[in-house]
Design a protein around this ligand. Sequence first.
Ligand SMILES: [Zn+2]
Length: 125
Amino acid sequence: METIESQNKNNGDSANPSGMYFPYRIYCQGKPCTCEALYKVASRWSDGFAWEWKTYGLFCEACVLKGFARGLAHQKICAFARGENLDKPMILELSPGQPSIQMVRRVDLERLSETGQTQPGEVRS
Ligand SMILES: [Zn+2]
């Protein structure tokens, strides 16, 4: 009888190969921006049994609302097989060295994007 020990997903004490940890600087993916990324835009994808983060991109403060709007548009046009589900994208604060599960969701920024803004403006972090 064979068992697969390495698929112990709930261990939580080692770096996840899907990029749960950010031990070094990461840069904004809003081209041609070269700022350091501070936020992640991601949705929770689920097939009804398990869920995982589907990441749209990593962005700096100036680009995050545009990146979020792109994520929203992408989520809307995605067609999914029966039983699969993709939640609305979220804006999450990147915290170097912290696992994704501890990331802070920035609903305030998400609302700004939904009202048509493209810059955080008065938002304080
Ligand atoms: Zn940027």
